[in-house]
Design a protein around this ligand. Structure first.
Ligand code: NAD
Length: 458
């Protein structure tokens, strides 16, 4: 390659990656994104319904304060292609429209998506060329289900429009830093084409993103809400701990220091859903802690809620089993189709400890309903046998599933993960499976004809 072909390559790469982009909503998210995209060489039109804001921006006055934002938008030598307007019908047909409008709480306490809907309608109804694909990228935080609902609502008038959900994780006060350096790219869409287009544009202005997750609308929407709720949960927890420290004369900063070490044992990224916690420590210790908190006058703490939540999850496994056994035509259990196989009796894998295990909780409830219970666990059967003689203990997982009507995976033993689904499918009486540990992928379960319930996997 000579020096000219190198230059030509750079020229074409720049040309190909430069897009005409509209940012709808000139607030913290919209203006930060606009500045970064303009700095990356894209042509940006910012639209807002607030005429005062647009007038100020046209005069290079920034209506919000964010460190470094003014300099990036207006103050540098580098010329930026960025325009501000209130008129949707003057926007050139852009390749991409980012919706960054507010989503406040409505009068019922829910998410008010009306600003997002209005913005989508304004773009769709004023576009000139319906033959060119148009990306409608929603950055506003919306409750799961919203983007699909909008896509359905605009179906008739949105030919060639691709809806994409791209939640924003920046924090005010460090918006530029967060968006450029700390931001994961989460994209929810229905078409691979749309996912790639938006990812391509975003990667022009973000330095290596911390992660890229491409998924469906609902998962992307839920990632944003779970992120914020998890932050709220942790802040609420530390505030509660501070109150307890004040009552007990303990030092909250040392408690937080100690607490942070637990992240090494159970990093957030290794969290896995299951049938509710059990074992020798969590149930008794959370109960004792909540009891102490109640005595100190704190009645509705996160510890109390965690105990309630765990109780709910254990209950739910039994109701899931019952509804699996009931057929559509009959809502009562038939006596010839009520055999359940429990795979796993220990509260977790690699132990024979059954204290507060989910099996211990559900066995009496199933037996009380006249359900025949077969069970297998590589290590925990001898201890369970001492408590429940009325369960049929089997010599292997395969032995346990013969003629069963519902297989219930309760413990995440590797041995269960390695089970051959083809054998399970041909030896059981009804192909029902409840996988409370997500050992199997849903594609394999479907392939083998199972009716299944997993813990929230698709
Ligand atoms: P903001 O209130 O600062 O700005 C929103 C702008 O949208 C306003 O200027 C408003 O006039 C304009 N607007 C309203 N309706 C419009 C319409 N139909 N057409 C054009 N413009 C319109 O809001 P923000 O803080 O930038 O937040 C925007 C979204 O991003 C919200 O859903 C928010 O939850 C989410 N979010 C915010 C942050 C944050 O730190 N601020 C972080 C992540 C996500």
């Amino acid at each position: 390659m000579n020096k000219y072909s190198g230059l030509i390559l750079v020229f074409y790469t720049t040309l190909l990656s430069a897009s005409q982009i509209t940012i709808v909503g000139c607030g913290y998210v919209g203006l930060t994104l606009a500045a970064l995209l303009a700095d990356a060489g894209h042509a940006i039109t910012c639209v807002d319904i607030d005429a005062h804001k647009i007038a100020a921006l046209r005069q290079q006055q920034l209506p919000i304060y964010e460190p470094g934002l003014y300099e990036l938008l207006f103050n540098r030598d580098k010329k930026r292609d960025i325009h501000f307007t209130t008129a949707f019908d003057t926007i050139d047909d852009s390749d991409m429209h980012y919706i960054c409008v507010p989503t406040p709480i409505n009068e019922y306490g829910g998410c008010d998506c009306s600003y997002v809907r209005t913005a989508c309608a304004a773009i769709i109804n004023t576009r000139r060329n319906v033959d060119t694909p148009l990306m409608l990228v929603i950055k506003s935080t919306v409750v799961p289900g919203t983007v699909r609902m909008l896509q359905d609502e605009f179906k008739a008038s949105s030919r060639n429009v691709h809806f994409v959900y791209n939640p924003e994780f920046m924090r005010e006060g460090s918006a530029l830093h967060d968006m450029r350096l700390r931001n994961p790219i989460v994209l929810g869409a229905e078409s691979e084409y749309a996912l790639c287009q938006v990812e391509q544009v975003l990667t022009t202005c973000l330095s290596a993103p911390t992660a890229v997750i491409k998924t469906n609308f609902e998962t992307a929407e839920l990632i944003k809400y779970s992120w914020n709720t998890f932050s709220a949960l942790r802040i609420a927890y530390v505030n509660e701990l501070a109150c307890v420290c004040r009552s007990l004369g303990a030092d909250v900063m040392s408690v937080v220091h100690g607490l942070a070490l637990s992240e090494e044992l159970l990093p957030t990224k290794q969290l896995k859903p299951g049938p509710g916690y059990g074992g020798s420590c969590l149930p008794k210790d959370t109960t004792a802690f909540a009891h102490m908190l109640t005595n100190l006058g704190f009645n509705t703490t996160i510890a109390h809620r965690a105990i309630e939540s765990n109780y709910y999850h254990k209950q739910r496994v039994v109701s899931d089993i019952i509804s699996m056994l009931e057929t559509k035509s009959q809502t009562k259990l038939a006596s010839d189709s009520n055999t359940v196989t429990l795979l796993g009796l220990a509260f977790k894998a690699n132990t024979n400890d059954i204290r507060y295990s989910i099996a211990l909780d559900i066995i009496p409830r199933l037996l009380a309903q006249g359900i025949r219970v077969k069970a297998y666990d590589p290590q925990a059967m001898p201890v369970m046998q001492l408590l429940h003689q009325d369960v049929e203990y089997c010599t292997s997982a395969y032995d346990a599933i013969i003629d069963t009507d519902c297989i219930v995976i309760l413990t995440e033993w590797q041995e269960f993960k390695d089970l051959d689904l083809e054998i399970l499918a041909s030896w059981c009486r009804k192909k029902n499976i409840i996988d409370t540990r997500n050992l199997f992928n849903t594609h394999d379960l479907t392939k083998h004809g199972f009716r299944y319930l997993t813990m929230g996997t698709v």
